[in-house]
Design a protein around this ligand. Sequence first.
Ligand SMILES: [Cu+2]
Length: 468
Amino acid sequence: MSARSKLSSMVALGARGAGLTRWRVSGSVTPLHRQGPRWARPVTTSSKPSGTPSRSRLAPVLAASACVAVGAFYMTRSPRMDLAHDAAADVRSKQLHMTLSPASSSPAASGEEVDARVAYYDALEANAADVSTLPIEHAVLTSAPSVPPPITRTHAALVKVDLTTSPKMVQVTNQHKYEAWTFNGTVPGPFIRARAGDVVEVRLANRDETGNPHNIDSHAFTGPGGGAALTTADEGECKTARFRLLCPGLYVYHCAAAPVPVHIANGMFGLMYVQPADEQSRGQGSSAGGLPEVDREYYVMQSEVYHEPPEVDEETGRPSGTVEFSYPQGLREEPNAVVFNGRESALTRDAPLKARTGETVRIFFGNAGPNLTSSLHVIGSHFRRVYRDGDVLSPPGRFVGTVGVPPGGATIVDLKAVVPGTYTLVDHAIFRIDKGAVGFLNVAGEARPDVYGSSEPPAPCVGCKLHS
Ligand SMILES: [Cu+2]
């Protein structure tokens, strides 16, 4: 069955997809033993199974919230995380020196300064160099949670971006596989980094053998449809188009082939960061990418998964381990899963974010939706700078706890790793942790009892996936 006919049948059968898939909780949780100072070790907690009834009827529900098996797995990790395999991040760390001096901590201090910077971009539209005179380079594309290195050149370029569309089966939740539709084989698609004034040449090759057309609508592009109509490629086709980047900032891109919600819900989205290029942004430092320098940069996107209940094998009575997209679930805005970086375990088991105490961490965060607004929060930390809505010209917000990011929106947040341990990224619409919206930032380093301490050791709940 082709994807199109499959979609039609799914729409027709949609009413049966009404129920939420509950996370299954199984097994008991191993008591936790930690390295490091005594105060930092959790007490040995009850080994009572997570679903054991206790004082109230709510207990099993609360236990299910707190005690999924994946949480237990991560809680057994030492806060002194092994960063040996994080070579790329270490290289970046050496390249980017932490700077929190007042002179570099705010790229713009007043409305007048912002207006002056905006004038540069207004002029850019009229004064941009002829594309035929631009040097050509190929964009460095990275998969989440990695970010391409900052662009250090001080001139415009013709930046070539090669995108290939194809389906890929992914373990979208701990229970279910799902056939995602992808840019370059990943969800989210590659992080694209360029600079205001650049011309991006997108070459989109559609290798999706299910017959679906695909394209790219980048919120960074200026023109009708954000590039969709110029890049729509049928199966086997390749389309090339050029887009001059007139506006700095962090932007979501996505496929906008019909039906658009389906292409986004199936995984066709990513982030594009257009570094500012005005004189003030250059003053931030040659390796900072137009913003204050940090030690590490990461790429995180939130998205929702809508699927039908798994089909049940008539002979064995067992439900399938693979689920299919549900249009009705999407229409009702009732996702079965809400995930970071395309699948439930992406930022926990597979690729948690890492840092050392004393380092600064920047997260380029996007919300693909398609429906829900994210309330991004990192438990136990603060956003020392927030470039709300991906706006890199206005002064950033300071010491923010939670930031709202709408579907199709993006934000840049800077943290400082002060106390070692595991920090949890969540959508603070907090029931969504039970739909998968959990990620980890593991901070290694020396304890800071002067900042965070007690005469008693910490006592997180058994299997808790939020606190450590
Ligand atoms: Cu598409």
